[in-house]
Design a protein around this ligand. Sequence first.
Ligand code: SAM
Length: 282
Amino acid sequence: MTDWFQETLHPEFTQGLSMDKVLYHDKSDLQDLIIFENARFGRVMCLDGVVQTTEGDEFVYHEMLAHVPILAHGNAKSVLIIGGGDGGMAREALKHQGVQVTMVEIDGAVVDFCKEHLPNHSAGAFDNPRLNLVITDGAKYVKETDDRFDVIIVDSTDPIGPGAVLFTAEFYADCKRCLTEGGVVVTQNGVPFVQPEEVTNSYRRLGESFTDVHFYRAAVPTYQGGDMTFGWATDDASLRRVPVAALEQRYAAAGIDTRYVTPDLQAASFALPRTILSLMTR
Ligand code: SAM
């Protein structure tokens, strides 16, 4: 008899994944953690009843949130990741040679658990001397730090539980304070078909601190309901309009073998359908 994981993110809509083998299930001080194997997605990690990442499609999400802002910026030396406990975002950011990465994760148990049960996500990132791992609340960190970053990547859970604070106007203002001039913030911003309010809220709240707020998108099979959006906020409006030819040069110079993102796709991912544009109101 198959056991099923039923996601609890939406009251009116759920996805089910067969749990072919449960590898770990425990409650940390902060969150309920489970990891299991599924024939289609490989190892699946969930926090508080919500799928966070799977071995099968994590590369789509991690490449889009790491490489798009770093290569749009073009000269990033320091990257801040907020959240990202599985290590996949650190893995992708560290592929940019010469970039120092600070990762601020609220739950040390997620890091420990993913190192053991999802080792392909971090792929050695936690041992990289260019990574500075800080275990604390990301909102507290950006309020207090004196460090400055060229790119901030908010690899958060959804706006419930400890992740809720990472969707507030105050947090975005603190991110702006931590950015170098011309820097950019990108955020995990949900699936607009089923979480339309996330686009509207983020557009308004990011707009309180940044002059150029937009979204870009990708279809990540794990996040059901169509394309997901990534928030984009900067004071340099040219960053999301870097021509494809220039992006081609930057991708080649970075020497990164991507599985999903390409220069063409990076440029095209900022084109939004009317359904998403219509949610961007203040
Ligand atoms: N890709 C996933 C998604 O969209 O569902 C999210 C990735 S998961 C790595 C998000 C991480 O954010 C978790 O490890 C969680 O512990 C962390 N997190 C949640 N709230 C946080 C906070 N306030 N500060 C820092 N990390 C936080």
